[in-house]
Design a protein around this ligand. Sequence first.
Ligand code: AMP
Ligand code: DBH
Length: 542
Amino acid sequence: MNIPKQTWPQELADRYRKLGYWRGETFPQLLRERASAHPDRIAIVAGDARWTYGEFNERARRFGAGLLALGLAPGDRVLVQIGNVPEFFSAVFGIFVAGMIPVYALPAHRRTEVAHLADKADVRAIVTEPRIERFDHASMALSIKSDLPNLSHVIIAGAAPDGALSMDDVTGDPATLPTDPDPQSVAFLQISGGSTGLPKLIPRTHDDYIYSIRESSRICGLNGDSIFMATLPLAHNFTMSSPGTFGAFYARARVVLCPAPMPDVAFRLIRDEGVTITGLVPPLALLWLQAAEKTRPAIPTLKILQVGGAKFLPESARKVAPLLGCRLQQVFGMAEGLVNYTRPDDPDEIVVNSQGRPISADDDVLILDDEGHPVDDGQPGNLLTRGPYTIRAYYRDPTANARSFTDDGYYKTGDVVIRLPSGHLVVQGRANDQINRSGEKISAEEIEDLILRHPAVFDAVVVSIPDAHLGERACAFIQPKNGAPSAADIRKFMRGLDIAAFKIPYDIRFVEAFETTAVGKISRRHLRTTLRSSVLEQEQTQ
Ligand code: AMP
Ligand code: DBH
């Protein structure tokens, strides 16, 4: 029954409860209450499938009871790797009602990432689809299962190969389901892109996450008539919680699943389903704007287009209202907690130029220079934060915790921001070594470690470079040894490492040697800074 708890200091926990932030609500209760109050209201639309709140709850309960019937117990972790199909929700809420803890993997994750997450969270089962975008996820899950003795079941939303179970066959008697979990216990493990190593696990409690979705849906004006379209992957924290699908369920609204984020598909779905709000990463928002420049789409129901996950430049931000006929909302969030929104009644200049302000009056935001001194409004500094929905530690990761949290509980976001006098934040970039490729966070260190496995590589340094289409892209500098591999060799080798394809750098450059100091070794951060500047200078002179 090893249910992890996330701990804020007692006096803060008392304060958050007293102020009504934490209300003792849990995810099983959330779904049960909506299903009993509005059993026939449509909760989820996906293609021809329309699940009412009643049906959603029944499916989740049957699946949750099925997990118990397999011998899994409350507190067990279950990894979910499912694309934008409704089974994502019956799986996740089924795990919730069984008192178990979902661990989310992105569809793009491959064996290296999924095996790491499964091992780190010590999961008992993986729930996945047979294939997502032509990749055989079922076989991958079975192969991971053969390596992890505690991972006893692979469950497939769809037809199951030998050795796996079909989700439809994982059913049980809902009377066996446990009582609701402790609202302060961990509800699920979300994942972080991070700046070092493989993804880290983020323990979010019922109380803290439900506070963030409740306030997010209020800020975004969701109500029972709202129709939220999930355009980005469902497992992404933005799509899940800002206000996302969970915020929509909180507000008793409807969720429409978009099968592909391309403008033609999305515009048609917005029109056919009367979508009122959706969220995009900046490169997709640009694609929608380009399409709308050619042919103005007839999407009058769309009230809010949210853009977040990476910096949306003011030039593009300005075009949203005239071309799409809706209001822009900038969202700057992180799976670790803190989420900032521009508000519907903010002046246009703030909506275009800032990434929003925090959800809560109790979000403590510090903006510090490199020596740890607060900077004035208008000056860039490192963003640190703590508050009623920001974690105080990663799950089972003392090394990352020592690096990412201060002694007084602040999370060091790694973002460099400016605070405006109104409290809105303007994101300037990252202080640490992360590449934000279209909202997919890539750790420079992780890619370096992967490249270093190539037998002809002596050393590698990966830096982030601005990119017109992706926002940022990775550029890898490689110092070869014995022989001269080509960029194509390196990419082929990396594809063989079973990692998410978005991590393989296209831009690979070879160097004879890296700069060293008299002492012999130079800090990687310094090296990354100089290499990055050299690329920027080169690109400017071209
Ligand atoms: P993660 O910790 O993997 O959830 O990624 C969160 C990070 O994404 C933040 O710390 C920022 O670096 C980045 N991010 C999210 N939203 C925005 C935004 N609107 N503008 C700029 N960066 C963003
Ligand atoms: O990028 C993110 O992680 C993100 C962006 C917007 C996020 O977690 C969120 C909103 O909640």
